[in-house]
Design a protein around this ligand. Structure first.
Ligand code: SAM
Length: 250
C-alpha cells in the first residue's frame, strides 16, 4: 500500500481521487464506520458553537453538507431566518452531493447557502474578515499543509470570529487504543471493500488519521496562526477518537 511514499505535491490529487471514488457511498460509509456516532459528534459541534442569530458560517471541506445542514436547522429552530453558510470543498463530486441534498430547499431559495469548489489552503475567493464562524469537519487531515489551512481560517474570520475543527484524534487509554486499532486496520478497510467496493480509499483514510498531529500539537498550530484558545484549546469526544479544536480571533 503506497500512499506513505507519495511525494507531497501529489497528495492533493490523490485525496481528490479518494473522495471522487467514495462520494456516492460517503454518507452510508460514515454511518457504518462510526456506528452512526459521527452524527452525535456533529450535533455536539453545533451545540458548542451555539451560533447567534444572523451568524455567517464558512464550512470548509464541507463535503455532502452535514455541518451546513445542522447549522441551518439549528438556526431555524431558534427562529432565525438570516444566518447563512458558505460551503467550500476541493472535490466537485463531493460538493455536488451536497448541492443535491439542498436542491429545492428554502435555504437555497433564500440565498442562505452557497457552494464553491476550492482548496482550504487558499481561499482567495473569500475576502478578509468575512465570517463569524469557520468549521472544518473531518477535512483538515486530508490537506497537505494543515498550518496553511489554519492561517486561511484566521484571515477569513471577522475579529471575534471562531475557528472550530472536528477531526479524528488520539485515543490515549491503551486498552481502548488497542480496540480502536483493530477497528481501524481490520473493520474499516473491510467495510470499504464490502460497501463501497474500494478497500484502498478506506486504507488511506485510516492512515491519514494516524499521521495527523495529536491533540496538543494541533492546538499549538492553531495558536501559532494567531488564534486565542480557551484552556488547552480542544475537547475530546468518545475517549479522544475525535477532538474539537477551537480558537478565537481576538
Ligand atoms: N465535512 C464533511 C463531513 O463531516 O461529513 C465531509 C468530510 S470528508 C471526510 C472530507 C472532505 O474534505 C471531502 O469532501 C474532501 O473532498 C475534502 N477535502 C480534502 N482536501 C481538501 C482541501 N485541500 N480543501 C478543501 N476540501 C478538501
Amino acid at each position: 500500500f503506497g500512499f506513505k511514499t507519495v511525494p507531497e505535491h501529489m497528495k492533493e490529487s490523490l485525496v481528490r481521487g479518494v473522495f471522487s471514488n467514495v462520494a456516492s457511498s460517503y454518507d452510508i460509509m460514515n454511518d457504518a464506520m462510526s456506528l452512526g456516532i459521527h452524527r452525535l459528534w456533529k450535533d455536539h459541534l453545533m451545540r458548542s458553537m451555539a451560533p447567534m442569530p444572523g451568524a455567517k458560517l464558512i464550512d470548509v471541506a464541507g463535503g455532502t453538507g452535514d455541518i451546513a445542514q445542522r447549522f441551518l436547522s439549528y438556526q431555524d429552530n431558534n427562529s432565525d431566518k438570516t444566518s447563512s453558510v458558505h460551503m467550500v470543498d476541493i472535490n466537485p463530486e463531493m460538493l455536488a452531493e451536497g448541492e443535491k441534498r439542498f436542491a429545492g430547499s428554502k435555504w437555497v431559495q433564500d440565498g442562505r447557502i452557497g457552494f464553491t469548489v476550492g482548496n482550504a489552503e487558499n481561499l482567495e475567493f473569500i475576502d478578509d474578515g468575512s465570517f463569524d464562524f469557520y468549521t472544518i469537519a473531518f477535512g483538515i487531515r486530508n490537506c497537505t499543509h494543515p498550518e496553511r489551512v489554519v492561517q486561511e481560517a484566521y484571515r477569513v474570520l471577522k475579529p471575534g470570529g471562531r475557528f472550530m475543527c472536528l477531526e479524528f484524534s488520539r485515543v490515549e487509554n491503551p486498552v481502548l487504543a488497542a480496540a480502536y486499532d483493530l477497528h481501524s486496520f481490520y473493520v474499516i478497510p473491510k467495510l470499504g471493500e464490502l460497501i463501497a467496493n474500494d478497500r484502498e480509499s478506506y486504507e488511506y483514510l485510516v492512515e491519514s488519521i494516524r499521521r495527523f498531529p495529536a491533540q496538543s500539537e494541533f492546538a499549538q498550530i492553531i495558536r501559532n496562526a494567531g488564534f486565542t484558545t480557551i484552556g488547552k484549546g480542544y475537547e475530546n469526544l468518545t475517549f479522544g477518537t475525535v477532538a474539537i479544536h477551537s480558537g478565537y480571533k481576538f
